[in-house]
Design a protein around this ligand. Structure first.
Ligand code: SF4
Ligand code: SF4
Length: 472
């Protein structure tokens, strides 16, 4: 039985409910009256149910599809302005006991180099990341209770937060590690993590079990119920995601939104972020083996429909995607991107030798952080290195009320400008700096509250004079 309030995976991601949703969407994909009603509801910015969003995703009427894209663009502007938050992944270890068939870190892969960063390695990696200008990391590690126990992850987080190189600092560490116990989630919370991210990969139980034939990750219920345990452990910012290409995208889309509805129904707060990775080539992995790949146009429509369905949830895209695709989906709703990512263990400090492959997937966007920052600004976006909410204790529903009260322009916007100014002062190239300074001058005028505008301008002057780390 479908029940969004249940704590059992098979009840809140109920297979029959997903099938019924897909049937309803298929039957109504040309029902223009219903589609217009759904679009009108979406325009009120209150989000959509999984059934309603599934109808929009299936809609083929060209005028309505245009409206979907326009609305996604408008909501993106209303809720996130022209800011794009920047982060980098940091791979701690690729030891893994799981058998995920789409990932080169699966335990049977004998020709990948297994590596685990020591605390000294982490100092080198994080210093290299700080020297690029990064302030926000997402740490990643395979599941291996012997090589990567929770104590190792906690030690790494402590080390990362302790490194202060020149004006650099990592101010927010998001964590993407395997599903674990409530007790371990409490320890991660105590260690001061930002968001706990766990990709579901696929919500389709049978496919999930086939794609994860061995290892603890094989347990569908334990994996799918992880976010409930994380929230029970005190983590109130959680990040969902599926790996598009493994299963039929309509199934994943409806289930992803059902998961979001479940978190809202049980914990009173939906997911902080949704990531939208697509399967990519990697050592030992040929994406063509998976026959559910999606076109760029479908991918863009998925992003637009997610933006409309859950306007308060941040959307993340990685360097798996090319510059061209990133440019398209940033407009439609993506609010966070990674920049200058290395998807190998130890990849920031040292360039990999050809025969020393340890990447999790091939990166499509290989530009430097400075190039990404310059590109965003030339497109009219403000690259933001802001980490203020987590440090001010504005997580979970407190963060959501910031979004819902429309305070973003008085909070995120000045924070973005101040952190961009820090980046320009400390790390930007001579070509990038003047573009940024001009942008900051122009964007200060867009802060509605005159008092905040004045303080932000003063802070920016102080950053110019050498001070750091201001925030609202
Ligand atoms: S996806 Fe994660 S759990 Fe699966 S093999 Fe790769 S690193 Fe291990
Ligand atoms: S103020 Fe909070 S919500 Fe806004 S960009 Fe900073 S961390 Fe994100």
């Amino acid at each position: 039985m479908y029940n969004p309030k249940s704590l059992k995976a098979e009840e809140f991601i109920n297979h029959q409910e997903v099938l019924a949703t897909l049937k309803y969407a298929e039957e109504n994909k040309n029902n223009l009256e219903l589609i217009d009603q759904i679009l009108n509801k979406a325009k009120q910015r209150k989000g959509l149910t999984h059934q309603e969003a599934a109808v929009l995703l299936d809609c083929q009427d060209s005028q309505r599809v245009r409206e979907i894209f326009n609305l996604a663009e408008q909501l993106k502007k209303d809720f996130y302005g022209n800011r794009i938050v920047i982060f980098a992944p940091l791979y701690l270890s690729n030891y893994c006991v799981n058998g995920c068939v789409y990932c080169p870190y699966h335990f049977k892969n004998k020709h990948i180099t297994r590596k685990k960063l020591s605390q000294e390695d982490i100092v080198r990696e994080v210093t290299a990341l700080q020297d690029m200008g990064h302030k926000r990391l997402a740490i990643e590690a395979g599941e291996d209770p012997v090589n990567n126990p929770l104590e190792y992850i906690l030690e790494c987080i402590k080390t990362i937060y302790s490194i202060k190189h020149k004006n650099g600092a990592i101010r927010r560490v998001n964590v993407n590690i395997a599903a674990t116990t409530v007790e371990n989630y409490s320890k991660l919370k105590e260690a001061g993590i930002g968001t706990y991210i766990l990709f579901q990969e696929t919500y389709h139980k049978d496919s999930y079990e086939k794609l994860h034939p061995t290892g603890p990750k094989h347990n569908y219920a334990y994996h799918t119920e992880a976010m409930d345990r994380a929230m029970k452990g005190g983590i109130d910012d959680v990040g969902l995601g599926v790996l598009f290409g493994l299963e039929l995208y309509r199934y994943e889309f409806a289930s992803l939104l059902m998961h979001a509805e479940h978190l809202e129904a049980v914990h009173g707060v939906g997911p902080h972020t949704i990531s939208v990775p697509r399967i990519k080539h990697a050592d030992d992995i040929d994406p063509n083996v998976f026959d559910n790949g999606i076109s760029d146009d479908t991918f863009a429509k998925i992003c637009a429909c997610i933006r409309i369905a859950v306007p308060y949830t941040g959307m993340i895209i990685s360097t798996r995607e090319s510059k061209v695709i990133r440019e398209k989906v940033i407009r439609l709703g993506v609010s966070q991107i990674s920049g200058a990512s290395r998807t190998s263990v130890g990849g920031y400090y040292e360039e990999e030798a050809e025969d020393d492959k340890s990447e999790q997937f091939d990166v499509s966007d290989k530009r430097t952080l400075d190039e990404v920052v310059k590109w965003l600004m030339e497109l009219g976006y403000i690259p933001s290195f802001c980490t203020a909410c987590y440090r001010e204790g504005r997580t979970g529903d407190r963060f959501m009320s910031l979004c819902k009260n429309g305070e973003i322009l008085n909070c995120c916007h000045p924070n973005a400008l101040m952190t961009l100014k820090e980046y320009l002062m400390d790390y930007a190239s001579n070509q990038t700096r003047p573009i940024g300074d001009k942008l900051i001058e122009k964007e200060l005028d867009n802060i509605p509250n005159p008092k905040i505008k004045k303080i932000a301008a003063e802070n920016i002057n102080q950053i110019e004079a050498g001070k750091r780390d201001f925030r609202f």
